[in-house]
Write a new protein. Structure first.
Length: 422
C-alpha cells in the first residue's frame, strides 16, 4: 500500500518513497482528487481509440496542458510511456524534413551520457554500456556532443568556472555538418539517469541558439524533469527556452497511470498537415494512446498545480533540502559532489575526493548505502555510485530530514571497515 509520501510493505513497515516511484509521483500517493477522477472516468468511458475519433478527456487534458507549456508548444500527441514519446519525437523530426523536401537531414545529435528510454530508437541515443551494447546491431548511431558534466569535465573540471568548451564542441559540429542534421535531443538542465548531472546555467539556451542558427530542430526530453521537479513547471522554463518538440511522461498523471505526450509547435505540426498528400501523415499510433482514464488522472494532477502553490512549495523544500545536504555531506570523505536542481538530487560517492577516483563497480557502494537506508524507513535507489533523491513534490520537511539522515546512516554502515570513513 501507499499513503501520501510513504510506501507500506506487507508487514506494515513504512518507507518514505524518496524516489517518487521511479520519479513519477508528484502530489503523493492516494491523493483523493486524482483517485476520484480515475474512478469517475472509469465508470463513464474506460477506453476509446484516438484513431478517427476523440473523447472529452483527451481533449480537455491537451487543452489544459498547452496552457502550462512554454509558449509556442501547441500540439499534443499521446503515447503511453516516456520511451514511446521519444520514439515519436524522433520520427516527427526525421519526417518533418522529409515532408519539407530535405530528406538529407537525417542525423540526430545526442549528448554524452544521455538516457532517453529503453525502446530501440530511444536506446540508440543512450551512452555506451550494458543498457546499449548488446543491442548494437538493432540501433542507429547518433552524432555525439559532450555534456555539461562540470565535476568530470575534460576541459574545465579543475578550473573555478565552466568555460563552455562543451558548447564550442556543439558549435563546431553544427558548422561542419548542420545540413545533414534533423534534430538535437537533450534532457534539459538535468541528465537524470546519468546521475542527476546538472548542466551549467546557460547551457540549454546556448544549445537553443545554436540549433536556431543552423535550422536544427530542438527536442527537449522532459520525461524526468517535467511537472515541477526542477522548481519550474518544465526545466525549459528555467532558461526561457521553447523547444520545437518536447517529450513528457512519468509525472504527467501525477504518477498514477501510464501516459506520455510528444508536444510540438505549429511549425512542426503544419509540415504534416496536407489534405492532398496522404504520405505526409505521421503513421504512428498505439492502442491505448490517450486512454480516457489516464487523461482524467493527468487533468486532475494538473488542476492541483492550478489550485495549490505546488511550485512555491517545491522551491521552499528544495532550499531546505540543499542546506540540509550541505550540512551533512559537504565534508563527508565519500561525497565527491552534491548536485541539485529543485527536488532532483544526486550525491556522487567517490573513493578519493582529491583525485575524484570512483569506487570499483564490483563494490556496489551506492547500492549498499541505499539498502542500509531502508533500516531507517527510507526507500532510495542509486544509479551506480550516485545516490538519487527525487521525492514526491508533496514531501514534508521532517521527511526530508529523515531521508538525509537515513543516507548518512547508510554511508556510516557501509563505511565501517573502510579507513576513509568513521
Ligand atoms: N526520457 C528520460 C529523460 C527518462 O529519464 C526516461 C526514464 O527514466 C525515459 C525517457 C523513458 O521513460 P519510460 O521509462 O516511461 O519509458
Amino acid at each position: 500500500r501507499a499513503e501520501g509520501n510513504r510506501l507500506i510493505d506487507r508487514d506494515g513497515r513504512e518507507y518514505i518513497d524518496a524516489v517518487a516511484s521511479l520519479w513519477s509521483v508528484i502530489h503523493g500517493h492516494g491523493h483523493p482528487q486524482i483517485v476520484e477522477a480515475i474512478q469517475a472516468q472509469a465508470a463513464k468511458l474506460q477506453h476509446s481509440t484516438l484513431l478517427g475519433i476523440s473523447h472529452p478527456s483527451a481533449i480537455a487534458f491537451a487543452d489544459s496542458l498547452v496552457r502550462h507549456l512554454p509558449k509556442g508548444l501547441s500540439r499534443v500527441y499521446y503515447s503511453s510511456d516516456g520511451s514511446s514519446a521519444v520514439e515519436v519525437a524522433l520520427k516527427m523530426a526525421i519526417q518533418y524534413w522529409v515532408n519539407q523536401g530535405h530528406p538529407e537531414r537525417k542525423r540526430i545529435v545526442a549528448l554524452d551520457m544521455a538516457y532517453h528510454g529503453d525502446t530501440l530508437g530511444a536506446n540508440s541515443l543512450g551512452g555506451p554500456g550494458p543498457f546499449r551494447d548488446p543491442y548494437e546491431p538493432l540501433l542507429f548511431e547518433p552524432l555525439r556532443v559532450p555534456n555539461g558534466y562540470r565535476y568530470r569535465c575534460r576541459w574545465c573540471a579543475s578550473g573555478p568556472e565552466c568555460d563552455s568548451s562543451c558548447v564550442d564542441a556543439l558549435r563546431d559540429l553544427l558548422e561542419a555538418r548542420g545540413a545533414e542534421i534533423a534534430a538535437l535531443i537533450v534532457e534539459p538542465r538535468v541528465q537524470g539517469a546519468a546521475g542527476m548531472i546538472v548542466a551549467p546555467e546557460g547551457h540549454l539556451s546556448s544549445i537553443r541558439r545554436l540549433c536556431d542558427d543552423h535550422d536544427v530542430l530542438l527536442i527537449a526530453d522532459e520525461v524526468a524533469t517535467g511537472f515541477g521537479r526542477t522548481g519550474e513547471m518544465f526545466a525549459c522554463d528555467l532558461e526561457g527556452v521553447v523547444p520545437d518538440i518536447m517529450t513528457l511522461g512519468k509525472g504527467i498523471t501525477g504518477g498514477y497511470l501510464p501516459l506520455s505526450a510528444t508536444v510540438a509547435t505549429d511549425r512542426v505540426y503544419d509540415a504534416f498537415y496536407d489534405l492532398t498528400d496522404r504520405n505526409k501523415t505521421l503513421f504512428h499510433g498505439h492502442t491505448f494512446a490517450g486512454n480516457p482514464i489516464c487523461c482524467a488522472a493527468a487533468l486532475a494532477s494538473l488542476r492541483i498545480f492550478e489550485t495549490d502553490p505546488v511550485l512555491v512549495r517545491v522551491r521552499e523544500r528544495a532550499a531546505f533540502l540543499g542546506t540540509l545536504l550541505h550540512e551533512l555531506f559537504a565534508d563527508h570523505p565519500w561525497v565527491g559532489e552534491i548536485r541539485q536542481q529543485g527536488l532532483m538530487v544526486g550525491l556522487e560517492l567517490v573513493r578519493d575526493r582529491t583525485t575524484r577516483e570512483s569506487f570499483p563497480a564490483i563494490d556496489a557502494i551506492g547500492w549498499r548505502v541505499c539498502m542500509a537506508a531502508r533500516d531507517k524507513g527510507v526507500f532510495v535507489r542509486p544509479l551506480g555510485d550516485v545516490v538519487i533523491l527525487m521525492p514526491p513534490l508533496s514531501i514534508e520537511e521532517e521527511e526530508l530530514v529523515q531521508i538525509a539522515e537515513a543516507v548518512h546512516y547508510g554511508l556510516r554502515e557501509v563505511g565501517k571497515g573502510h579507513d576513509t570513513v568513521d
